[in-house]
Design a protein around this ligand. Structure first.
Ligand code: UDP
Length: 243
């Protein structure tokens, strides 16, 4: 899309949202038979799948740690996920996204219970519309729980930023492209921040405002993550009783 004249008019964004509104979220837990845990996560125009394997043997062996598990995270964008075909394979951006996403989840994983083993997280972006790292973290956190990996809590992520001098929650691609700031955040339900990045500029006040928006966004996402897990496991338990 060419640069629109305005990204927000009378408090309503081009996609019809209010400044503090998240995009529509759809979650499905346990979508892949061969992974230990998995999750499909739709976040507006973003569609991602997370697969988790482990705890399992570490290959190559030299990567293993004697006192804890190694957590590995691979974020990958399908070549068809973006407007302009992406060259397949890792690049600087995907290596960075993989690193910060791994670091956003490591604090909640009880790695010390699984020395010499690996917990592998794969995130595949099928469709991208800005916010793929946060969608990936949300999906991965659910997939870890689905795999039965002991965790202190789930992790929820979303971005806040600034468009046309207005602080808004959860920027879409056009808002990210033509906006003034984008700040992805991940946190635990207790409010411990595990990821905070920022592109662009915010004043101290704007930062505070954006941070509040993102915090509320993460809270809302946490409820949806929890509900999605409950939906899978509560219905399975009920099924067992009936059988
Ligand atoms: N994008 C793209 N091609 C690329 C990388 C990114 O079209 O090679 C788009 C994609 O829609 C992505 C958005 O740019 O979601 C924003 O990318 P950013 O690096 O800010 O990460 P994200 O917001 O997806 O976590």
């Amino acid at each position: 899309m060419a640069k629109p004249e305005k990204l927000i008019e009378n408090g309503i964004r081009l996609d019809g949202r209010k400044p503090d509104e998240l995009r529509h979220i759809k979650i499905k837990v346990g979508v892949l038979n061969r992974a230990d845990g998995s999750c499909y996560f739709e976040f507006g125009g973003n569609k991602v799948i997370a697969a988790v394997y482990g705890p399992r043997e570490v290959h190559p062996r030299h990567m293993q740690k004697s006192t804890s598990a190694v957590v590995r995270y691979r974020y990958n964008m399908a070549s068809f996920s973006v407007e302009e075909r992406k060259r397949p394979g890792p690049d600087r951006r995907s290596i960075e996204v993989s690193k910060v996403s791994r670091e956003s989840l490591e604090p909640v994983i009880f790695q010390e219970y699984f020395p010499r083993s690996a917990i592998d997280i794969f995130v595949e972006v099928l469709q991208a519309d800005a916010g793929t790292r946060t969608a990936g973290i949300n999906a991965a956190s659910i997939a870890l729980a689905d795999a039965g990996i002991p965790m202190k809590s789930l992790v929820s992520a979303c971005a806040a930023g600034k468009i046309d001098d207005t602080v808004v929650l959860d920027l879409n691609k056009d808002e990210d492209n033509y906006g003034q700031a984008d700040m992805p955040i991940a946190m635990t339900p207790e409010g411990n921040i595990t990821l905070l990045q920022m592109d662009g500029h915010l004043t101290r006040e704007e930062f505070g405002e954006a941070f509040e928006l993102a915090k509320n966004g993460c809270k809302a996402i946490y409820e949806l993550q929890r509900a999605a897990l409950m939906e899978k496991y509560a219905s399975q338990t009920e099924g067992d009783v009936v059988e």
